[in-house]
Design a protein around this ligand. Structure first.
Ligand code: NAD
Ligand code: DAU
Length: 343
Protein backbone atom coordinates (compact mmCIF):
# COMPACT_ATOMS: atom_id res chain seq x y z
CA UNK A 1 0.00 0.00 0.00
CA UNK A 2 1.99 2.96 -1.28
CA UNK A 3 -0.11 5.05 -3.65
CA UNK A 4 -3.69 5.26 -2.39
CA UNK A 5 -6.58 6.70 -4.40
CA UNK A 6 -9.05 8.07 -1.87
CA UNK A 7 -12.25 8.67 -3.81
CA UNK A 8 -14.63 11.06 -2.04
CA UNK A 9 -11.67 12.23 0.06
CA UNK A 10 -12.92 15.82 0.23
CA UNK A 11 -16.04 14.76 2.14
CA UNK A 12 -16.52 14.15 5.85
CA UNK A 13 -15.12 10.66 6.52
CA UNK A 14 -12.77 10.65 3.54
CA UNK A 15 -10.98 13.81 4.66
CA UNK A 16 -10.61 12.45 8.20
CA UNK A 17 -9.14 9.28 6.67
CA UNK A 18 -6.63 11.33 4.65
CA UNK A 19 -5.53 13.18 7.80
CA UNK A 20 -5.16 9.92 9.68
CA UNK A 21 -3.12 8.17 6.99
CA UNK A 22 -0.76 11.07 6.25
CA UNK A 23 -0.25 11.58 10.00
CA UNK A 24 0.44 7.91 10.66
CA UNK A 25 2.65 6.83 7.74
CA UNK A 26 5.54 8.71 6.14
CA UNK A 27 5.93 6.31 3.18
CA UNK A 28 2.54 6.66 1.46
CA UNK A 29 1.13 8.98 -1.18
CA UNK A 30 -2.53 9.93 -1.03
CA UNK A 31 -4.42 11.01 -4.14
CA UNK A 32 -7.84 12.45 -3.37
CA UNK A 33 -10.16 11.99 -6.34
CA UNK A 34 -13.39 13.92 -5.76
CA UNK A 35 -16.12 15.50 -7.86
CA UNK A 36 -16.61 18.25 -5.27
CA UNK A 37 -20.39 17.98 -5.07
CA UNK A 38 -22.17 20.15 -2.48
CA UNK A 39 -20.69 17.79 0.16
CA UNK A 40 -17.08 17.95 -1.05
CA UNK A 41 -15.04 20.73 0.49
CA UNK A 42 -11.35 21.48 -0.02
CA UNK A 43 -11.35 23.40 3.28
CA UNK A 44 -11.41 19.92 4.88
CA UNK A 45 -8.00 19.22 3.35
CA UNK A 46 -6.43 22.69 3.72
CA UNK A 47 -3.98 21.55 6.39
CA UNK A 48 -2.44 18.90 4.07
CA UNK A 49 -2.59 20.92 0.84
CA UNK A 50 1.15 21.72 0.93
CA UNK A 51 2.21 18.15 1.79
CA UNK A 52 4.22 16.66 -1.12
CA UNK A 53 2.64 13.23 -0.42
CA UNK A 54 -0.86 14.64 -1.08
CA UNK A 55 -2.40 15.21 -4.51
CA UNK A 56 -5.87 16.32 -5.54
CA UNK A 57 -7.76 15.47 -8.71
CA UNK A 58 -11.22 16.86 -9.34
CA UNK A 59 -13.20 14.15 -11.09
CA UNK A 60 -16.33 12.02 -11.13
CA UNK A 61 -16.03 8.31 -10.29
CA UNK A 62 -18.58 7.67 -13.06
CA UNK A 63 -16.10 9.08 -15.63
CA UNK A 64 -14.06 6.03 -16.67
CA UNK A 65 -11.54 8.05 -18.72
CA UNK A 66 -10.74 10.44 -15.87
CA UNK A 67 -10.47 7.56 -13.38
CA UNK A 68 -8.12 5.71 -15.76
CA UNK A 69 -5.93 8.78 -16.10
CA UNK A 70 -5.64 9.19 -12.32
CA UNK A 71 -4.79 5.49 -11.93
CA UNK A 72 -1.99 5.77 -14.49
CA UNK A 73 -0.61 9.15 -13.48
CA UNK A 74 -0.21 8.21 -9.84
CA UNK A 75 0.58 4.49 -10.25
CA UNK A 76 -2.24 3.60 -7.88
CA UNK A 77 -2.00 0.31 -5.97
CA UNK A 78 -4.92 0.80 -3.53
CA UNK A 79 -8.39 2.32 -3.90
CA UNK A 80 -10.46 3.30 -0.87
CA UNK A 81 -13.88 4.33 -2.11
CA UNK A 82 -15.71 6.87 0.06
CA UNK A 83 -17.32 8.65 -2.91
CA UNK A 84 -21.10 8.47 -2.69
CA UNK A 85 -24.28 10.41 -2.39
CA UNK A 86 -24.82 9.90 1.33
CA UNK A 87 -27.89 11.65 2.73
CA UNK A 88 -31.03 9.54 3.17
CA UNK A 89 -33.38 12.56 3.03
CA UNK A 90 -31.89 13.69 -0.28
CA UNK A 91 -32.28 10.16 -1.64
CA UNK A 92 -36.02 10.48 -0.99
CA UNK A 93 -36.14 13.71 -3.02
CA UNK A 94 -33.74 12.87 -5.88
CA UNK A 95 -32.71 9.19 -5.98
CA UNK A 96 -31.18 9.20 -9.48
CA UNK A 97 -27.81 10.60 -8.45
CA UNK A 98 -27.51 7.91 -5.75
CA UNK A 99 -27.90 5.10 -8.26
CA UNK A 100 -25.46 6.78 -10.62
CA UNK A 101 -22.65 7.38 -8.12
CA UNK A 102 -23.16 4.65 -5.52
CA UNK A 103 -23.78 1.81 -7.99
CA UNK A 104 -22.44 2.80 -11.43
CA UNK A 105 -19.51 4.78 -9.97
CA UNK A 106 -18.50 1.75 -7.89
CA UNK A 107 -18.57 -0.38 -11.04
CA UNK A 108 -16.28 2.11 -12.85
CA UNK A 109 -13.77 1.97 -9.98
CA UNK A 110 -13.88 -1.84 -9.87
CA UNK A 111 -13.16 -1.98 -13.61
CA UNK A 112 -10.15 0.32 -13.12
CA UNK A 113 -8.96 -1.81 -10.18
CA UNK A 114 -9.22 -4.92 -12.37
CA UNK A 115 -7.42 -3.33 -15.32
CA UNK A 116 -4.47 -2.17 -13.21
CA UNK A 117 -4.44 -5.33 -11.02
CA UNK A 118 -4.15 -3.29 -7.87
CA UNK A 119 -3.33 -4.71 -4.45
CA UNK A 120 -6.59 -3.75 -2.78
CA UNK A 121 -10.00 -2.23 -3.48
CA UNK A 122 -11.78 -1.22 -0.27
CA UNK A 123 -15.43 -0.20 -0.30
CA UNK A 124 -16.88 2.04 2.42
CA UNK A 125 -20.38 0.82 3.09
CA UNK A 126 -23.04 1.30 5.73
CA UNK A 127 -25.09 -0.51 8.37
CA UNK A 128 -28.17 0.77 6.50
CA UNK A 129 -27.88 -2.08 3.99
CA UNK A 130 -29.25 -4.46 6.67
CA UNK A 131 -32.39 -2.33 6.96
CA UNK A 132 -33.99 -1.64 10.32
CA UNK A 133 -33.12 -4.16 13.01
CA UNK A 134 -35.79 -4.07 15.71
CA UNK A 135 -34.08 -6.68 17.87
CA UNK A 136 -30.62 -8.23 18.06
CA UNK A 137 -27.60 -7.17 16.01
CA UNK A 138 -26.65 -7.46 12.36
CA UNK A 139 -23.84 -9.82 11.45
CA UNK A 140 -22.03 -9.66 8.14
CA UNK A 141 -23.78 -12.72 6.72
CA UNK A 142 -27.28 -11.31 7.28
CA UNK A 143 -29.55 -10.77 4.29
CA UNK A 144 -29.86 -7.23 3.01
CA UNK A 145 -33.21 -5.53 3.61
CA UNK A 146 -32.74 -2.04 2.25
CA UNK A 147 -35.61 0.40 2.68
CA UNK A 148 -34.43 3.77 1.28
CA UNK A 149 -33.04 4.65 -2.16
CA UNK A 150 -29.75 5.49 -0.41
CA UNK A 151 -29.39 2.13 1.30
CA UNK A 152 -30.52 0.27 -1.82
CA UNK A 153 -27.87 2.06 -3.87
CA UNK A 154 -25.17 1.31 -1.29
CA UNK A 155 -26.21 -2.35 -1.25
CA UNK A 156 -25.88 -2.38 -5.05
CA UNK A 157 -22.30 -1.13 -4.68
CA UNK A 158 -21.49 -3.81 -2.07
CA UNK A 159 -22.88 -6.59 -4.23
CA UNK A 160 -20.91 -5.40 -7.24
CA UNK A 161 -17.71 -5.49 -5.14
CA UNK A 162 -18.42 -9.06 -4.03
CA UNK A 163 -19.18 -10.02 -7.63
CA UNK A 164 -15.74 -8.74 -8.71
CA UNK A 165 -14.11 -10.75 -5.93
CA UNK A 166 -15.92 -13.93 -6.91
CA UNK A 167 -15.82 -13.54 -10.69
CA UNK A 168 -12.40 -11.99 -11.21
CA UNK A 169 -10.51 -12.60 -7.97
CA UNK A 170 -10.26 -8.85 -7.37
CA UNK A 171 -8.77 -8.24 -3.88
CA UNK A 172 -11.83 -6.59 -2.36
CA UNK A 173 -12.74 -5.79 1.26
CA UNK A 174 -15.82 -3.96 2.59
CA UNK A 175 -16.55 -2.18 5.87
CA UNK A 176 -20.14 -1.40 6.91
CA UNK A 177 -20.04 1.60 9.21
CA UNK A 178 -22.61 3.08 11.59
CA UNK A 179 -23.49 6.81 11.98
CA UNK A 180 -20.27 8.77 12.12
CA UNK A 181 -19.86 12.08 13.91
CA UNK A 182 -16.91 14.45 14.26
CA UNK A 183 -15.00 17.19 12.40
CA UNK A 184 -16.00 18.27 8.86
CA UNK A 185 -19.46 16.69 8.70
CA UNK A 186 -21.69 18.66 6.34
CA UNK A 187 -24.53 20.25 8.34
CA UNK A 188 -27.34 18.20 6.82
CA UNK A 189 -26.84 15.12 9.04
CA UNK A 190 -28.52 15.26 12.43
CA UNK A 191 -25.57 16.01 14.72
CA UNK A 192 -24.09 19.00 12.87
CA UNK A 193 -27.59 20.36 12.07
CA UNK A 194 -28.53 20.23 15.75
CA UNK A 195 -25.25 21.63 17.10
CA UNK A 196 -25.14 24.55 14.68
CA UNK A 197 -28.87 25.33 15.02
CA UNK A 198 -28.53 25.29 18.81
CA UNK A 199 -25.54 27.65 18.62
CA UNK A 200 -27.79 30.02 16.65
CA UNK A 201 -30.72 29.48 19.07
CA UNK A 202 -32.74 28.00 16.19
CA UNK A 203 -35.17 25.03 16.48
CA UNK A 204 -33.77 21.48 16.36
CA UNK A 205 -36.07 19.60 13.92
CA UNK A 206 -36.55 16.16 15.48
CA UNK A 207 -38.29 13.59 13.28
CA UNK A 208 -41.33 11.71 14.62
CA UNK A 209 -41.20 10.59 18.25
CA UNK A 210 -37.39 10.86 18.48
CA UNK A 211 -37.13 7.26 19.68
CA UNK A 212 -35.29 5.93 16.63
CA UNK A 213 -31.95 4.39 17.56
CA UNK A 214 -28.59 4.87 15.92
CA UNK A 215 -25.02 3.82 16.76
CA UNK A 216 -23.07 7.12 16.80
CA UNK A 217 -19.35 6.50 16.30
CA UNK A 218 -16.49 9.01 16.38
CA UNK A 219 -15.10 9.37 12.87
CA UNK A 220 -11.49 8.75 13.90
CA UNK A 221 -12.45 5.37 15.33
CA UNK A 222 -14.14 4.55 12.03
CA UNK A 223 -11.03 5.57 10.06
CA UNK A 224 -8.77 3.48 12.32
CA UNK A 225 -11.09 0.53 11.67
CA UNK A 226 -10.79 1.00 7.90
CA UNK A 227 -7.00 1.07 8.21
CA UNK A 228 -7.11 -2.13 10.29
CA UNK A 229 -9.10 -3.90 7.56
CA UNK A 230 -6.72 -2.58 4.88
CA UNK A 231 -3.80 -4.11 6.76
CA UNK A 232 -5.26 -7.22 8.38
CA UNK A 233 -8.62 -7.89 6.71
CA UNK A 234 -9.25 -11.03 4.71
CA UNK A 235 -9.93 -10.61 1.00
CA UNK A 236 -13.56 -11.00 -0.07
CA UNK A 237 -14.77 -10.29 3.48
CA UNK A 238 -17.18 -7.74 4.97
CA UNK A 239 -16.52 -6.15 8.38
CA UNK A 240 -19.15 -4.32 10.47
CA UNK A 241 -17.68 -1.17 11.99
CA UNK A 242 -19.46 0.67 14.82
CA UNK A 243 -19.51 0.98 18.60
CA UNK A 244 -22.04 -1.77 19.23
CA UNK A 245 -24.17 0.58 21.38
CA UNK A 246 -27.28 2.49 20.28
CA UNK A 247 -28.87 5.70 21.50
CA UNK A 248 -32.25 7.29 20.79
CA UNK A 249 -32.30 10.54 18.86
CA UNK A 250 -34.02 12.31 21.76
CA UNK A 251 -31.20 11.28 24.14
CA UNK A 252 -28.65 12.53 21.62
CA UNK A 253 -30.55 15.82 21.21
CA UNK A 254 -30.78 16.46 24.94
CA UNK A 255 -27.06 15.74 25.37
CA UNK A 256 -26.14 18.25 22.65
CA UNK A 257 -28.34 20.91 24.29
CA UNK A 258 -26.87 20.17 27.72
CA UNK A 259 -23.28 20.41 26.46
CA UNK A 260 -24.07 23.76 24.84
CA UNK A 261 -26.06 25.09 27.84
CA UNK A 262 -29.17 25.55 25.64
CA UNK A 263 -32.82 24.93 26.66
CA UNK A 264 -34.80 21.82 25.64
CA UNK A 265 -37.52 24.18 24.41
CA UNK A 266 -35.40 24.43 21.21
CA UNK A 267 -36.52 20.90 20.29
CA UNK A 268 -39.09 21.13 17.48
CA UNK A 269 -40.89 17.87 16.63
CA UNK A 270 -41.57 17.61 12.92
CA UNK A 271 -43.24 15.05 10.66
CA UNK A 272 -41.29 11.84 10.36
CA UNK A 273 -38.98 10.80 7.51
CA UNK A 274 -40.91 8.46 5.15
CA UNK A 275 -39.85 4.84 5.67
CA UNK A 276 -37.72 5.92 8.64
CA UNK A 277 -35.65 2.96 9.87
CA UNK A 278 -36.35 2.53 13.57
CA UNK A 279 -33.08 1.03 14.71
CA UNK A 280 -29.68 -0.07 13.43
CA UNK A 281 -27.44 -2.26 15.57
CA UNK A 282 -24.19 -3.93 14.60
CA UNK A 283 -22.30 -6.91 15.93
CA UNK A 284 -18.67 -5.78 15.53
CA UNK A 285 -16.91 -8.86 16.90
CA UNK A 286 -15.42 -9.76 13.52
CA UNK A 287 -13.39 -6.54 13.20
CA UNK A 288 -12.57 -6.59 16.93
CA UNK A 289 -10.93 -9.97 16.35
CA UNK A 290 -8.43 -8.12 14.09
CA UNK A 291 -7.27 -6.14 17.14
CA UNK A 292 -9.23 -2.91 16.53
CA UNK A 293 -11.33 -1.19 19.18
CA UNK A 294 -13.07 2.17 19.69
CA UNK A 295 -11.33 4.90 21.69
CA UNK A 296 -14.44 7.11 22.10
CA UNK A 297 -17.68 6.10 23.81
CA UNK A 298 -20.96 7.83 22.87
CA UNK A 299 -20.65 10.76 25.33
CA UNK A 300 -16.98 11.37 24.47
CA UNK A 301 -17.76 11.30 20.75
CA UNK A 302 -20.60 13.83 21.09
CA UNK A 303 -18.53 16.05 23.38
CA UNK A 304 -15.54 16.10 20.99
CA UNK A 305 -17.87 16.84 18.07
CA UNK A 306 -19.65 19.68 19.88
CA UNK A 307 -16.28 21.18 20.78
CA UNK A 308 -15.08 21.02 17.17
CA UNK A 309 -18.15 22.89 15.88
CA UNK A 310 -17.86 25.49 18.65
CA UNK A 311 -14.18 26.01 17.76
CA UNK A 312 -14.69 26.00 13.97
CA UNK A 313 -17.58 28.33 13.35
CA UNK A 314 -15.90 29.77 10.23
CA UNK A 315 -16.01 26.31 8.60
CA UNK A 316 -19.76 25.70 9.05
CA UNK A 317 -20.92 29.32 8.81
CA UNK A 318 -19.54 29.52 5.25
CA UNK A 319 -21.65 26.47 4.28
CA UNK A 320 -24.81 27.48 6.13
CA UNK A 321 -24.75 31.02 4.72
CA UNK A 322 -24.55 29.66 1.17
CA UNK A 323 -27.52 29.72 -1.22
CA UNK A 324 -27.38 25.97 -1.88
CA UNK A 325 -27.68 25.16 1.81
CA UNK A 326 -30.48 27.60 2.47
CA UNK A 327 -32.54 26.31 -0.47
CA UNK A 328 -31.98 22.73 0.76
CA UNK A 329 -32.98 23.60 4.32
CA UNK A 330 -36.18 25.29 3.18
CA UNK A 331 -37.12 22.37 0.93
CA UNK A 332 -36.34 19.80 3.60
CA UNK A 333 -37.90 21.37 6.68
CA UNK A 334 -40.45 24.08 5.83
CA UNK A 335 -44.00 23.39 7.02
CA UNK A 336 -43.21 20.09 8.81
CA UNK A 337 -43.68 21.37 12.38
CA UNK A 338 -46.03 19.37 14.62
CA UNK A 339 -47.15 20.29 18.09
CA UNK A 340 -47.05 17.01 20.02
CA UNK A 341 -44.41 16.72 22.73
CA UNK A 342 -41.54 14.24 22.49
CA UNK A 343 -40.50 11.79 25.22
P1 NAD B 1 -20.01 13.03 2.37
O1 NAD B 1 -21.35 13.25 1.77
O2 NAD B 1 -19.53 13.93 3.46
O3 NAD B 1 -18.89 13.05 1.23
C1 NAD B 1 -19.02 12.39 0.03
C2 NAD B 1 -17.86 12.82 -0.84
O4 NAD B 1 -17.97 12.12 -2.10
C3 NAD B 1 -17.87 14.31 -1.18
O5 NAD B 1 -16.57 14.83 -1.08
C4 NAD B 1 -18.36 14.36 -2.63
O6 NAD B 1 -17.88 15.48 -3.34
C5 NAD B 1 -17.80 13.05 -3.17
N1 NAD B 1 -18.56 12.54 -4.33
C6 NAD B 1 -19.90 12.39 -4.43
N2 NAD B 1 -20.21 11.91 -5.65
C7 NAD B 1 -19.04 11.74 -6.32
C8 NAD B 1 -18.70 11.27 -7.61
N3 NAD B 1 -19.66 10.89 -8.47
N4 NAD B 1 -17.41 11.21 -7.95
C9 NAD B 1 -16.42 11.60 -7.10
N5 NAD B 1 -16.70 12.08 -5.87
C10 NAD B 1 -17.98 12.14 -5.48
O7 NAD B 1 -20.00 11.51 2.83
P2 NAD B 1 -19.47 10.82 4.15
O8 NAD B 1 -20.46 10.98 5.22
O9 NAD B 1 -18.06 11.22 4.37
O10 NAD B 1 -19.52 9.29 3.69
C11 NAD B 1 -18.42 8.69 3.02
C12 NAD B 1 -18.73 7.26 2.73
O11 NAD B 1 -19.03 6.57 3.93
C13 NAD B 1 -19.96 7.04 1.84
O12 NAD B 1 -19.69 5.98 0.99
C14 NAD B 1 -21.07 6.70 2.82
O13 NAD B 1 -22.05 5.90 2.22
C15 NAD B 1 -20.29 5.94 3.87
N6 NAD B 1 -20.83 5.96 5.22
C16 NAD B 1 -21.13 7.15 5.83
C17 NAD B 1 -21.54 7.16 7.15
C18 NAD B 1 -21.87 8.44 7.89
O14 NAD B 1 -22.36 8.38 9.01
N7 NAD B 1 -21.60 9.60 7.33
C19 NAD B 1 -21.66 5.96 7.85
C20 NAD B 1 -21.36 4.75 7.19
C21 NAD B 1 -20.93 4.78 5.88
O1 DAU C 1 -26.07 4.47 9.58
C1 DAU C 1 -25.08 4.95 8.72
C2 DAU C 1 -25.65 6.08 7.92
O2 DAU C 1 -25.81 7.16 8.82
C3 DAU C 1 -24.81 6.49 6.73
O3 DAU C 1 -24.74 5.44 5.82
C4 DAU C 1 -25.43 7.71 6.05
O4 DAU C 1 -24.59 8.17 5.01
C5 DAU C 1 -25.59 8.81 7.06
O5 DAU C 1 -26.28 9.90 6.48
C6 DAU C 1 -26.37 8.32 8.28
O6 DAU C 1 -27.76 8.07 7.93
P1 DAU C 1 -28.95 8.47 8.92
O7 DAU C 1 -30.18 8.65 8.14
O8 DAU C 1 -29.00 7.58 10.11
O9 DAU C 1 -28.35 9.89 9.43
P2 DAU C 1 -29.04 11.30 9.68
O10 DAU C 1 -28.03 12.14 10.37
O11 DAU C 1 -29.71 11.84 8.48
O12 DAU C 1 -30.18 10.92 10.73
C7 DAU C 1 -29.84 10.33 11.99
C8 DAU C 1 -31.12 10.15 12.78
O13 DAU C 1 -31.63 11.46 13.12
C9 DAU C 1 -32.23 9.48 11.99
O14 DAU C 1 -33.00 8.66 12.88
C10 DAU C 1 -33.07 10.64 11.48
C11 DAU C 1 -32.93 11.69 12.58
N1 DAU C 1 -32.99 13.09 12.14
C12 DAU C 1 -32.19 13.48 11.11
C13 DAU C 1 -32.18 14.78 10.68
C14 DAU C 1 -31.28 15.22 9.54
C15 DAU C 1 -33.81 13.99 12.79
O15 DAU C 1 -34.55 13.63 13.74
N2 DAU C 1 -33.82 15.28 12.35
C16 DAU C 1 -33.03 15.73 11.33
O16 DAU C 1 -33.09 16.93 10.99
Amino acid sequence: MKNILVTGGAGFIGSNFVHLMLGKYSDINVVVYDKLTYAGNLDNLASVAADSRYHFVQGDICDATAVDQAMQTYDIDTIVNFAAETHVDRSLMEPGGFIQTDVYGTFVLLEAAKKYQIERYHQISTDEVYGQVLEGRSVETDRLHTRSPYSAAKAGGDLMCLAYYTSFGLPVTITRGSNNIGPYQYPEKVVPVFITNALDNKPLPLYGDGLQMRDYQYVQDHCEGINTVLRKGKLGEIYNLGTGTETTNITLTKLILKLLGKPESLIQPITDRPGHDRRYALDCSKIEALGWKNKYNFEQAVEATVKWYVDNEDWWRKIKDGRHYQAYYQRQYAGREVSQAVA
